[in-house]
Design a protein around this ligand. Structure first.
Ligand SMILES: Nc1nc2c(c(=O)[nH]1)N[C@H]1C(S)=C(S)[C@@H](COP(=O)(O)OP(=O)(O)OC[C@H]3O[C@@H](n4cnc5c(=O)[nH]c(N)nc54)[C@H](O)[C@@H]3O)O[C@H]1N2
Ligand SMILES: Nc1nc2c(c(=O)[nH]1)N[C@H]1C(S)=C(S)[C@@H](COP(=O)(O)OP(=O)(O)OC[C@H]3O[C@@H](n4cnc5c(=O)[nH]c(N)nc54)[C@H](O)[C@@H]3O)O[C@H]1N2
Ligand code: SF4
Ligand SMILES: [Mo]
Length: 904
């Protein structure tokens, strides 16, 4: 087996002979994205002192992005839920467990097992996920367990299953470096899978003939790397992809041998593709013909190709069809199961894959077995020796919450996800949680938009405390190790689930005392009655001792008698897990999104991620270093649309759909298509007054996968008629009651942006009321401009500063934040603040490089004044981009914008 010690070493032994505790090195996995980077953590006594990328982890070979390298800054106990609570009262664990168990039992007795539900997450570890699924499907006997992966990966799963007969990701990360053509569809990997993106960038540097195509309606940090960026009309991917198959046929470039020997259903699929000539595609997708032709020529003639796809594909009302359209291109050209080739769906969350393995979705069983298959149901029940087994699919996420809202589900247990923010039709989700008689939430944080509705809050251990395994996008299982003891009274998710199960009378199936025991059962089940019939088989990892489990090295499944060291690429033999052993072509037809625009809602709202925030910000929202990149929620608007809707840059706008309304700051962006807006998904009630964009999305789902259409809402936008705009920095918390506010941590305290209506008679008084700062207060007023500057300082330190004006801040205000962080604050600085002009030392501009806090102005100066025309030269001068590299595409964008002679 694969057990070369890597978990623990003692690098400083020699230096630590003097009674000082040794600095230990622990190896674990990043808690964020599905790249699954290995992290080395230095532990000094009870303190985690430093993190580095694990040089021997095959996902990252030492690299980390800015989120991974800042993980310690988000790991303190502030804001943590540290004790179980019923309502607002702290209770003992016994009381909490019994309350949950009897609450669930009561509902089951009165209304049956379909009246309870578990809503779990791709951020659970495999062991947590395994027992949650076992409790629901094998003991409660309902399949009402679904996960936030429904919002994320379910279309990819359904697409793979239709084509390959199994949920198998064929490729590996090395393939990204070994390919001649990389097509990124609906992925902003530069910001969302940064370490993989760095591997792509490097591969392209080494092999200048490698081509990169980005298919995304908007310009992004990722499209910076593209040789060809196809800004397609959103939702039209199927037409573009069907055109590839048609082109291959037209040009006689099909891989007829492969089609013949290893696939079925080609002729019907070709028929559904034949109408999609390049001309028709160009028209339908609203893109130039030569872009379509170039993509088709490159794909057809390239010896290898990877199509790398993410949420722009999956989060669609025809997400599953989009996935099959991608797979069809690869089958038709024989580009599957070969070095540097394949349809590569990338997972978002750290353990989305682990969740798929244990059957965490409502329509799956454990170990990649099918709920509709009686033999599989028999296998799982016999193996578990469980009293029952769910025999039909349960409610998928969006339906589940609809059933909570209409009272069919009366008890729900939410774990490691924040549905009040992340599910579509947010107002209805709040109604559902408010109406539900029993809402249990297991979380690490005390206050989230979801815990607000909890009857019971259960404190879960977080990263560095929790202990188990995760599986990344390339099927690689890694240990996420418990390094620290649990904070407060927090327990591991698997422990909490097992205790509730035991209290419900299901003791026999849940007597686990360690994650190693659970993993062992999971590994054994994967091999049970398998005989090569199922892709997911890690029976080779069964039977490990606790020590062997702890030392487990990253390994790609399957791990069994055939692949004792794991398997890096699937389907090399052209055999698939379908009945016939052949891959299935699935003919798909292009369909318009369901949430279509109208006269009343004439704009499309696209949504997604920003570089330095993670989901609902419960962790990354704590780190000043991470919030500095983009401190405020925004809506990106094409300048023509801004004109059409009378909007100016930096102004607060009201974005409205048939389902709700939000207030966001306008960001002019000529990289948007006209008629389309983009807004980040991250901000919620903890950080902003009205910025949760999921209030705007309809609960529309893909009919096959049940994945919601989260990239395409129909909205309208109008200026919010603010009478004042303010920006404030304070050492201590600031309160705001204005209609628009957002807040963020700052390296020296807090910052807040606000806007509102009405007349404030005295801004000095207002500032004093809304902060607890003490010291010498100064107020400066320019009554003709209706602008005010209020500040408070004490002992050479600025305690508080607030700028208020009647119009949006057109100028960059990031210097105020720099000013606020100065250690020495004297007359020069006060004068600068009074005058509203930055001193040279703080005029850095908007933060671009989070690792070394390098600002936009500094970078532009280096480009313009010193002629730094490459990312490397900027790095030499300013250090920007030389640590994690996450900002390199921003740097090349700035070079391009400020140095037109340079093609980056
Ligand atoms: N920084 C950061 N990284 C993350 C996360 C995070 O929260 N923050 N979350 C992780 C998770 S869980 C996930 S799922 C991944 C998501 O990773 P990605 O999918 O890369 O990220 P998104 O920003 O959601 O969306 C990707 C792109 O899809 C495009 N798109 C929208 N509609 C269409 C369309 O119709 N067709 C095409 N072709 N493209 C379209 C959008 O314009 C956007 O640029 O990121 C992971 N990594
Ligand atoms: N409009 C729009 N909506 C989207 C998306 C989009 O692109 N656009 N993307 C969707 C996608 S792909 C995803 S993955 C979802 C993500 O959305 P969510 O899953 O709702 O977001 P998170 O902030 O990751 O929520 C995780 C919660 O679990 C807690 N937590 C963290 N670790 C643990 C743990 O170990 N145990 C327990 N018990 N709790 C823990 C955190 O504090 C947090 O409250 O959002 C979806 N929603
Ligand atoms: S790419 Fe960044 S966020 Fe993703 S696993 Fe690696 S370090 Fe973590
Ligand atoms: Mo996701």
């Amino acid at each position: 087996m694969l057990m070369i010690p890597m978990a623990e070493a003692q690098p400083n032994l020699g230096k630590n002979l003097m009674n000082k505790p040794a600095v230990r090195l622990k190896q674990t996995t990043c808690p964020y994205c599905g790249v699954g980077c290995g992290i080395d953590v230095n532990v000094d006594g009870q303190t985690l002192t430093q993190v580095n990328g694990s040089s021997d982890h095959p996902a990252n070979f030492g690299r980390l992005c800015v989120k991974g390298s800042s993980v310690l800054e988000t790991n303190d106990v502030s804001g943590r839920l540290l004790q179980p609570m019923i309502g607002d009262s702290v209770v003992s664990w016994d009381e909490a467990i019994n309350h949950v168990a009897s609450g669930f039992q009561d509902v089951i007795e009165k209304h049956g097992p379909q009246a309870v539900a578990l809503y779990v997450s791709g951020q659970l570890l495999t062991e947590d996920y395994y027992v949650a699924n076992k409790l629901m499907k094998g003991y409660i006997g309902s399949a009402n367990i679904d996960t936030n992966s429904r919002l994320c990966m379910s279309s990819a799963v359904a697409g793979y299953k239709r084509a390959f007969g199994s949920d198998t990701v064929p490729c590996n990360y090395q393939d990204l470096e070994d390919t001649d053509l990389l097509v990124l569809v609906g992925s902003n990997a530069a910001w969302t899978h940064p370490v993989l993106f760095q591997r792509m960038e490097r591969a392209k540097q080494i092999n200048p003939d490698m081509k990169v195509v980005v298919i995304d309606p908007r310009q992004s940090a990722t499209s910076e790397l593209a040789d060809l960026h196809i800004a397609i009309k959103p939702g039209t991917d199927v037409a573009l992809l069907n055109g590839v198959v048609n082109y291959l046929a037209e040009q006689g470039l099909l891989d007829k041998n492969y089609i013949e020997q290893h696939t079925e259903g080609f002729s019907a699929t070709l028929e559904s593709c034949q109408a999609w000539t390049a001309e028709r595609v160009a028209q339908y997708c609203d893109i130039p013909l030569e872009q379509v032709s170039t993509y088709y020529q490159w794909f057809a003639n390239s010896p290898t190709a990877i199509t790398f796809y993410c949420m722009g594909v999956n989060q669609s009302s025809q997400g599953t069809d989009k996935c099959n359209a991608i797979i069809n291109c690869h089958l038709a050209s024989g580009k599957v199961g070969k070095v540097g080739s394949g349809p590569f769906s990338i997972t978002g969350q750290p353990n989305a894959m682990g969740g798929r393995e244990v059957g965490g979705l409502a329509n799956m069983l454990a170990a990649h077995m099918d709920i509709e298959n009686p033999k599989h149901r028999g296998n799982v029940q016999t193996f578990w020796r469980s009293p029952r087994i769910a025999d039909k699919a349960g409610a998928k996420a969006v339906d589940m919450f609809e059933k909570v809202r209409n009272g069919e589900i009366k008890a729900i247990w939410v774990m490691a996800t924040n549905p009040a923010v992340s599910l579509p039709n947010g107002n209805a989700i709040a109604e559902a949680l408010a109406a539900c008689p029993l809402v249990v939430v297991s979380d690490c944080n005390l206050n989230t938009d979801t815990t607000e509705w909890a009857n019971v809050r259960l404190p879960a251990t977080g990263w560095s405390e929790k202990d188990g395994t995760v599986t990344n996008s390339e099927r690689r299982i890694s240990r996420q190790r418990g390094i620290m003891p649990p904070s407060g009274e927090a327990k591991h998710d698997w422990q909490i689930i097992c205790e509730v199960a035991q209290a419900m009378g299901f003791a026999s199936g849940f007597r686990f005392t360690s994650p190693a025991e659970i993993f062992d059962e999971h590994a054994r089940l994967s091999g049970y009655e398998n005989y090569g019939s199922r892709d997911f088989d890690i029976s080779g990892l069964a039977g490990m001792s606790e020590g062997e489990y702890d030392r487990l090295r990253p390994v790609q499944w399957p791990v069994n008698a055939q692949y004792p060291q794991g398997c890096s690429r699937m389907f090399e033999d052209g055999r698939f897990f379908t009945k016939s052993g052949k891959a299935q072509f699935v003919g798909v037809t292009a369909k318009a999104p369901v949430q279509i625009t109208s006269e009343e809602y004439p704009l499309v709202l696209n949504s997604g991620r920003v570089r330095d925030q993670w989901h609902t910000m419960t962790r990354t929202g704590k780190a000043a270093k991470l919030t500095a990149h983009i401190a405020e929620p925004f809506v990106a608007v094409h300048p023509n649309d801004a004109e059409r809707f009378s909007l100016t840059d930096g102004q607060v706008a009201k974005v409205t759909s048939a389902f709700g309304q939000v207030l966001l700051k306008v960001k002019l962006d000529s990289g948007q298509r006209k008629g389309e807006l983009f807004a980040p998904m991250h901000w919620n009630k903890q950080f902003a007054s009205q910025a949760n964009i999921n209030k705007l999305y309809a609960p529309v789902v893909d009919p096959i996968s049940g994945q919601p259409e989260l990239k395409h809402a129909a909205v309208t936008i109008e200026p919010y008629a603010a009478d004042f705009y303010g920006i404030a920095f304070s050492r201590s918390m600031i309160m705001s009651d204005s209609e628009y506010w957002t807040k963020a941590p700052n390296q020296a305290g807090f910052q807040m942006s606000f806007a509102g209506q009405g007349e404030i008679s005295d801004w000095l008084d207002w500032c004093q009321q809304h902060s607890v700062s003490q010291g010498e207060w100064i107020r400066v007023e320019n009554s003709s401009e209706k602008s005010f500057r209020v500040m408070c300082y004490k002992a050479q330190q600025l305690e508080f500063v607030c700028y208020i004006q009647a119009t949006p801040f057109a100028e960059d205000t990031s210097w105020l934040s720099e000013m606020f962080m100065l250690q020495q604050f004297d007359r020069e600085e006060i004068k600068a603040l009074v005058a509203g002009t930055p001193t040279p030392e703080v005029a850095k501009g908007r933060q671009i490089c989070s690792c070394f806090q390098v600002g936009e102005k500094q970078i532009i100066e280096a480009i313009v004044d010193y002629g730094d025309d490459t990312v490397e030269k900027l790095g030499e001068r300013l250090k920007c981009g030389t640590n994690c590299g996450s900002c390199k595409t921003d740097l090349s964008g700035l070079i391009r914008a400020n140095c037109p002679a340079v093609a980056v």
